[in-house]
Ligand binder design. Structure first.
Ligand SMILES: [Fe+2]
Ligand SMILES: [Fe+2]
Length: 180
């Protein structure tokens, strides 16, 4: 697959997951009972795959692109910094949900704020990359650059959207199929 198409496809997947997460947060906001395990699976996946594979690869792509497109330097630096913010926000949200699953009483507003921060920040981040970066990367990056991007981290299979969904993500896969 063309690297930039694969890149875009991952964004589509991540947006689907954020959509499923948003529906759970809406349920919670409306006084209903969300599926906390499902929420936790979404964040676990995003932390396992996006924070460890997608974002490190992007960091390499951004560094290469910044050399070729000085006009993008600031945007790319911000996006790289956002990867760290997303990782932190994901960890904070994951800890809260884990606590709820474990039976702790968490203030409603605390969970809502953590979830909303994560959702909005992540959604805007992906939109910015789609808008400002992908087309330029497709135009400017060389075969060598893409190889460096691919080699940024050891190749691991995508445990949710890859050919074989890992057992732990089966229910999440089903929910995504229902939601899309
Ligand atoms: Fe990113
Ligand atoms: Fe991305």
């Amino acid at each position: 697959m063309e690297p930039v198409i694969a890149w875009h496809t991952e964004h589509v997947y991540f947006n689907q997951l954020l959509g499923v997460l948003l529906r759970q947060v809406d349920l919670f906001h409306g006084g209903g009972q969300p599926n906390y395990e499902l929420m936790q699976d979404i964040i676990s996946y995003l932390r396992d795959y996006s924070d460890r594979v997608h974002h490190p690869r992007e960091d390499v792509a951004f560094a290469r692109l910044a050399l070729r497109c000085p006009d993008l330097k600031l945007v790319l630096a911000r996006l790289e910094q956002e990867h760290r913010v997303i990782a932190q926000a994901g960890e904070a949200l994951s800890e809260l949900i884990q606590a709820v699953i474990g039976g702790a009483v968490i203030r409603r507003a605390e969970l809502e704020t953590a979830a909303a921060t994560y959702l909005v920040y992540y959604g805007n981040h992906i939109a910015k990359e789609e808008e400002d970066v992908l087309a330029r990367a497709a135009k400017e990056l060389t075969v060598e650059d893409w190889e460096a991007v691919r080699n940024a981290v050891p190749v691991i299979r995508d445990p949710l959207f890859g050919r074989d969904t890992a057992d732990r993500y089966r229910e999440l896969r089903r929910q995504i199929a229902l939601a899309t």
